[in-house]
Write a protein that binds this ligand. Structure first.
Ligand SMILES: Nc1ncnc2c1ncn2[C@@H]1O[C@H](COP(=O)(O)OP(=O)(O)OP(=O)(O)O)[C@@H](O)[C@H]1O
Ligand SMILES: [Mg+2]
Length: 858
């Protein structure tokens, strides 16, 4: 076989179009473009004679594609029907004979042609002959601007495509750069486009050059897009695969190292029961935790399985996983709220507190109706020992839920509530999560005790964490820093307690429904002591089955008055416990318990004894009285008045002393840790006296000759507020007029420069304190009349409450003097005040049936 040049790279195009006769080679699903070199194969039907005749190297054939795939030429087929009418003239470059005696050839496309007619149809089906017209592209068109532009754009795209295709050698770019014939370039690249047979044939057939180039440009752009995307996919896949491989490799290495290390630590059988990753996996699978927690635990488990057991990091992961797994995810003890039962529980546990219990039951009723706890949180406010914490416990009992108390006193770090971030060994969840775990249910009653004693410093504000916990809108997604997965607190029943509202941050206070508890009266304390405290204490000391302790009523009275002085019941309970301890000792000494005797013999249990405690026994068990009942003289020393104060631990009686020294210059000083407001109210009182000397029964000259010192005892306690105005006024008047005040009289109220008595807060606590101290007459501002509604009837029965509107009323009650309303003319201050004539008001004494008026409280 003869060999010729392999590829003919010609840019010359024949200039003339002529009719030719060409041997046609039909092909299936293949389009040959000019300048392209392709191999074709023939079937067995081609004989060496045929090859000699038609397929001589250097000879020419016409390549034409069948219209439909898998078509063959048969004797009776009409070639024009099955073949496309446009084909490509090709030069035979090489003929190959295969070992099975079939032939193939390498041919190169030259020019497009159009079949005019088939000749000698019947003579040879294999090699049809056709008359064709060779097709020339017009060289004038090539100078058109559009064509030039298209040519340039196409070239750039081809360069880009070469850069993007990993399989095309970079030399191709150089070759393309040197091609200056746009049509040649176009025909050269079409076979490389990812287009189907139909599009290829169409590109072959388009005779309008511009249209053909535009189409190729379009396909080329699409091709580049595809190349770009596939390149991205390739790199993504590559990085992913290499990451996976790396991970796998490193993990395998670790596994082998760990195994080696582990072999040294492990038990002989290599097991660590319960702590294996598989055990954790099983626990996680069986746990009812939420989706986020599950994801977090699985992640942590994966991390942990790569760590060296026993290493600090392993410990951290281990502890964390245990925390997540130990939370009582699906435990809810809640039973439906039954108001009747709740009421019974509350009544059994607490004496009195009618209003409070009513509010609690109303609150529970709303919860039952809404079937949710969304709403304000209950906040019990009141002095120590009045039952705030124990009411919380009762509510839990009434609801059939578990109870836990979180003491917030002194909590200064947000992390105590919300946990520490898991960045160091020893970090722990906060109190909330800890409590949930301890109660073992996700709907316990949690009592935030002493919420008013949260401390603040630089380490994050604990109240902001509480805000989130207590906000029903947010707490279903509470995130503890340590766990770092949301947990649902919306089923938890939160209660808070405080001694005072003042120190609770306002946003926190707003989230809560305040229920105020006040001090107990003697009568109430008596009842509670008999019905609750004594049985509790007896039981706590293990005497329930051994003795029956009976207190006489008078004994209890003396115990309360002589041994306790408090708003609540804590001291009383302690003193009762003191007595019971003494009795316990007697019982043991007399052999009344099951305790073995020193000789080793078990003592016989004696029948239940009754032990009566008389007033005289108090001294025996508790020693002398802690608080001696002061035998008050009918009158206090001159210059001393009895004021009433409100403190977070209940009301208190406050003595105000004024002393004068003569000769002096009218100098004035006040001591006793007073706030500015209190100092101002003392000055107001003094100013009033100076301008109303006649009303007060003193003389200005007298006042100017003396130095004045007013003192509020118990200097260690900070005091502020305007409510000591009336008491300071009376103390001053008593001193200047040298008239003593009666000791059974106490007072509270703010005064104005014109002598009006203005309302003050904390009346209930103040009156109960006065009552405890044996005061029998109390003056309170007229405008506080509505506060009397809350005062127990037994207190009002034993105490006269006088409503005053003006200091003249106070003078009248205090000194039982007739009030002179004519202002003094000599003093300039008096002159000024005379323009505001103040009429004396009739004092009003209130019995227990005082008319009730609603109004604002402190
Ligand atoms: N109304 C009551 N009936 C029966 N027992 C009561 C009543 N009020 C209080 N107690 C008892 O008094 C004791 C002290 O009450 P508790 O501890 O609840 O006081 P608290 O208001 O929480 O005080 P603090 O502010 O100091 O925490 C408890 O033993 C409680 O059972
Ligand atoms: Mg408490």
């Amino acid at each position: 076989m003869e060999e010729e040049g392999l590829i003919e790279l010609t840019e010359q195009k024949p200039k003339i179009s002529a009719e030719h006769i060409l041997k046609i080679v039909p092909v299936n699903q293949l389009v040959l473009f000019p300048h392209n070199v392709i191999p074709i194969t023939f079937g067995k039907e081609i004989t060496p004679a045929n090859v000699d005749e038609y397929l001589k190297p250097g000879g020419r054939v016409g390549v034409v594609a069948f219209r439909a795939p898998h078509t063959e030429l048969r004797k009776n087929t009409t070639p024009s029907e099955v073949l496309h009418s446009v084909g490509t003239e090709a030069k035979v470059l090489k003929v190959i004979r295969f070992p099975d005696n079939t032939y193939g050839a390498v041919i190169q496309g030259r020019r497009r042609f159009h079949i005019l007619d088939f000749v000698d149809q019947d003579s040879d089906v294999l090699f049809l002959s056709a008359s064709v017209s060779i097709w020339e592209d017009s060289p004038q068109d090539m100078e058109k601007v559009e064509i030039l532009a298209l040519g340039r754009a196409m070239k750039q795209l081809v360069q880009k495509a070469i850069a993007l295709s990993p399989n095309i050698p970079s030399e191709a770019a150089l070759f393309i750069e040197n091609v200056h014939d746009t049509l040649y370039l176009a025909d050269l690249i079409v076979p490389y486009l990812s287009i189907d047979f139909k599009d290829r044939q169409e590109l072959l057939e388009i005779d309008d050059i511009e249209l053909r180039l535009r189409k190729i440009h379009f396909f080329l752009t699409k091709e580049i897009e595809i190349l770009e995307i596939s390149k991205k996919i390739n790199t993504d896949v590559k990085t992913e695969v290499s990451k996976q491989q790396r991970k796998y490799f490193v993990r395998e290495q670790m596994r082998v190292l760990q195994k080696e290390l582990g072999d040294l630590d492990d038990k002989p059988d290599g097991s660590r029961p319960g702590n294996e990753p598989a055990d954790f996996k099983e626990r996680i699978d069986n746990s009812k935790m939420n989706a986020q927690a599950r994801d977090a635990s699985l992640r942590e488990l994966e991390r942990m399985s790569m760590m060296q057991p026993g290493s600090p990091e392993h410990m951290v992961s281990f502890t964390y996983l245990n925390w997540l797994l130990d939370l009582p995810w699906d435990v809810h003890t809640q039973t439906p709220i039954r108001l009747k039962e709740a009421q019974i529980v509350l009544d059994n546990d607490h004496y009195g507190l009618k209003k409070i219990k009513k509010r609690i039951l109303e609150f529970l009723a709303v919860c039952a109706l809404k079937k949710s706890l969304k709403g304000p949180i209950i906040l019990f406010v009141g002095p120590p020992g009045v039952g705030k914490t124990s009411l919380g416990k009762s509510i839990a009992k009434a609801l059939g839920r578990r109870f836990a108390r979180i003491s917030l006193g002194g909590v200064r770090d947000e992390a105590e509530i919300r946990g520490h971030r898991r960045t160091y060994i020893g970090s722990m969840p906060g109190k909330i999560v800890d409590t949930i775990k301890k109660t073992g249910s996700f709907d316990p009653v949690i009592l935030f005790d002493e919420i008013d004693k949260l401390a603040y410093d630089g380490r994050g504000d604990p109240s902001s964490a509480l805000l989130e916990v207590l906000d029903p809108e947010q707490n279903h997604n509470f995130v503890d820093h340590y766990l770092n997965v949301p947990i649902d607190l919306s089923k938890v029943f939160f209660i808070a307690t405080a001694n005072s509202l003042q120190t609770i941050p306002p946003p926190l206070r707003d989230r809560m429904e305040v229920i105020e508890l006040s001090s107990y009266t003697m009568d109430e304390k008596n009842h509670i002591a008999f019905d609750h405290l004594l049985p509790q204490v007896v039981e706590e000391h293990g005497l329930k089955e051994l003795v029956k302790i009976h207190f006489e009523k008078e004994t209890m009275n003396q115990l309360i008055q002589g041994y306790t002085r408090e708003a609540g019941l804590r001291m009383l309970k302690r003193e009762l416990a003191g007595i019971v301890r003494g009795i316990a000792r007697e019982v043991v000494e007399q052999g009344g318990s099951d305790e073995p005797s020193p000789t080793g013999k078990k003592l016989k249990k004696k029948p239940l004894k009754t032990k009566i405690i008389s007033p005289a026994d108090l001294r025996f068990y508790l020693g002398p009285k802690h608080f001696n009942e002061k035998k008050r003289p009918f009158l206090l020393p001159v210059g001393v008045s009895t004021g009433l104060a409100w403190t977070p631990v209940g009301g208190d009686v406050l003595f105000i002393e004024t002393a004068v020294s003569a000769p002096g210059t009218g100098k004035f000083s006040v001591t006793g840790q007073l706030g500015d407001v209190m100092k101002e109210s003392v000055q107001t009182a003094l100013a009033y006296i100076r301008s109303h000397t006649d009303v007060c029964g003193v003389s200005v000259q007298d006042m100017d000759k003396k130095d004045l010192h007013m003192h509020f005892p118990e200097g260690a306690v900070k005091k502020d507020g305007p409510s000591a105005g009336v008491a300071a006024f009376l103390s001053l008047v008593s001193q200047f007029s040298e008239r003593p005040l009666p000791s059974h009289l106490a007072m509270t109220g703010e005064i104005s420069l014109r002598g009006e008595v203005l309302p003050v807060g904390g009346i209930q606590e103040k009156l109960l304190a006065a009552h405890r101290y044996g005061i029998t007459t109390v003056m309170i501002p007229q405008e506080n009349e509505h506060d009397l509604e809350d005062i127990p009837a037994d207190v009002l029965k034993e105490m006269r409450v006088v409503l005053i509107k003006d200091v003249k009323d106070a003078l009248k009650v205090a000194f039982s003097t007739k009030v002179n309303t004519t202002p003094q003319k000599s003093s300039p201050a008096a002159k000024k005040a005379s323009s505001q004539k103040v009429a004396s008001q009739k004092t009003k004494t209130v019995s227990k049936k005082a008319p009730l008026k609603k109004g604002t409280r402190r």
